[in-house]
Design a protein around this ligand. Structure first.
Ligand code: URA
Length: 201
């Protein structure tokens, strides 16, 4: 039975989507979060990163990727000549799962309209999925990130590409080769940006 009190999220302005998301009660994470982490960066960014879910630091600050993994992500963005203000950063889940457990299917499904609406409004030329959850969701696959990283996949109907990358937390854990792979994937993303340029809006 559809919940008729739920507002459709497609066709909202960016600001209205943001305020709908900040007040969201579509799943039980609304009861345990400190705050919703909607996303940060340029609403017209050509490069968009999609992570898994806010962690403790993000839940407290309201900003995605501000903890240790976030610092690595920021460094990689800067190594290819960009800043966090040039790109858009968000997550599959907008609220922190208690104890940083993995997102549940029911939470991913409840949160998906928020991510879909962000993608529709931002229309990035290049979408980078960080880790298994974002990659599997946006590519509708069960394949793991270690097999999928390092490639460019056509995405959507307007000429965008999706580039799956290792999650920065996994890069921190594994170092060495994982870091080298991520650096090379950032170069791939920068090249795709240069090649695709601005997509029609
Ligand atoms: N990990 C994520 O996937 N997202 C964040 O915002 C922080 C850590």
């Amino acid at each position: 039975m559809p919940d008729l009190r739920r507002k459709a999220l497609s066709n909202l302005s960016f600001d209205d989507l943001r305020s709908e998301t900040l007040n969201c009660t579509r799943c039980a994470l609304a009861e345990t979060r400190t705050q919703v982490v909607f996303g940060t960066g340029a609403p017209n960014a050509q490069l968009m990163f999609v992570g898994e879910a806010p962690g403790e630091q993000e839940d407290l600050s309201g900003e995605p990727f501000v903890g240790r993994a976030g610092k690595l992500l920021t460094r990689c963005i800067e190594e290819v000549g960009l800043t966090r203000a040039d790109v858009y950063i968000t997550n599959v889940l907008k609220c922190r799962p208690p104890g940083n457990r993995n997102p549940l299917l029911v939470e991913i499904e409840a949160c998906r309209p928020h991510l879909n609406a962000q993608l529709d409004l931002i229309r990035p030329a290049v979408i980078v999925t960080l880790g298994n959850f974002a990659t599997r969701l946006l590519l509708s696959t069960k394949e793991g990130i270690t097999k999928l990283r390092g490639i460019e996949v056509p995405f959507g109907e307007y000429g965008a590409v999706l580039i799956p990358m290792l999650h920065p937390a996994a890069v921190l854990r594994n170092g060495g080769t994982a870091l080298a792979q991520t650096r090379s994937d950032f170069v791939l993303a920068k090249r795709a940006l240069g090649r695709i340029g601005t997509v029609p809006r």
